[in-house]
Design a protein around this ligand. Structure first.
Ligand SMILES: N[C@@H](CCC[C@H](N)C(=O)O)C(=O)O
Length: 308
């Protein structure tokens, strides 16, 4: 994958090259600064780029630059569409919260739909239902959180029924208290460590500590990690180290996992605003259906094409 020089001779014009080589047309979207290369893959259930090509496209110096590549594919199991995503390292996660909001806005764009719209999306985390609202924000039914340690997966032992709540985890010489939640993809949420009086998330050296959580032996499928400060019982502040993408400006599944963990630990109400480096998300873990609902923005950044 390259934004390449002509293969032969200098005579090939830009337009000829654009038409003669395999062009990938994309739209770059972002949800709170978590950015994605969106690919219209409605004509096939095979992604138009490989995981290796996706990693090159996501490179911020040698490629387009993004946290992941997302494919809009034909629906299966009665769903309107299927969403697949490659992280910026080329690995394939089950779900992406900010990505699914971008996905909904991208569908509206390519299907030429106006106003409010609701879609059913088949993902690696099951059926996810985003709804474009009249103000352009996207509200997503993210489904039920998974709390059983085996299913997350984590090797940490359950502390509360089958859930791993405030379990001790040694990382970088500190004993962290972690609560593990899957929103289809695995999350390890921490509000602090024994040795820290208060966790100041702005002071964390994320690029040093994040990988130690991501690759910890207790997480056989690796993990996303959220570091959280409680500002009030309905207002949380977090930073995230994402599996396969590193420090990102926002993580939708992460914000959902944070609210679930905060409720399980008795720190917050079921409805919270979660501040991320890229901006706020509204999250609600409803008692009546046990589903988590996420509301936030999704915007176009630019349109482009690359040859590959
Ligand atoms: N940024 C996403 C999560 C993307 C997947 C994650 N890196 C993983 O590997 O699980 C979100 O907004 O949820």
């Amino acid at each position: 994958m390259a934004v390449s020089a002509p293969r032969s001779g200098a005579a090939t014009s830009f337009l000829e090259r654009r038409e003669s080589e395999r062009a990938l047309h994309f739209v770059k979207y972002q949800g709170l600064g978590n950015d994605f290369i969106m690919v219209d893959n409605r004509d096939s259930s095979v992604p138009k780029v490989t995981p290796e090509e996706a990693a090159k496209l996501c490179d911020r110096n040698f490629g387009i630059g993004a946290d992941g590549v997302i494919f809009v594919m034909p629906g299966v199991n009665g769903a309107d569409y299927t969403m697949r995503i490659f992280n910026s390292d080329g690995s394939e996660p089950e779900m992406c919260g900010n990505g699914v909001r971008c996905f909904a806005r991208f569908i509206a764009e390519i299907e030429n739909l106006q106003g409010t719209n609701r879609f059913t999306i088949h993902t690696g985390a099951g059926k996810i239902v985003p709804e474009i609202q009249s103000d352009g924000q996207v509200k997503v039914d993210m489904g039920e959180p998974i709390l059983s340690g085996l299913d997350i997966p984590t090797k940490l032992l359950a502390t509360k029924n089958k859930a791993v709540v405030q379990a001790e985890l040694a990382v970088e010489g500190l004993t962290w208290h972690v609560t593990c939640v899957s929103m289809g993809n695995p999350h390890c949420v921490t509000f602090g460590a024994n040795e820290l009086k208060v966790l100041q998330v702005d002071d964390l050296k994320l690029s040093e500590i994040g990988p130690k959580f991501e690759h910890h032996e207790m997480f056989p499928a690796r993990t996303n990690t959220e570091f959280v400060q409680v500002l009030s019982r309905s207002h949380l502040k977090m930073r995230v180290w994402e599996r396969g993408a590193g420090a990102t400006l926002a993580c939708g599944t992460g914000a959902c996992a944070v609210v679930v963990a905060a409720v399980l630990e008795g720190r917050a109400e079921r409805k919270c605003v979660v501040d991320l480096p890229g901006g706020p998300l509204e999250i609600e873990w409803r008692e009546d259906d046990n589903h988590v609902y996420m509301t936030g923005p999704a915007e176009v950044v630019f349109y482009g094409s690359v040859v590959h």
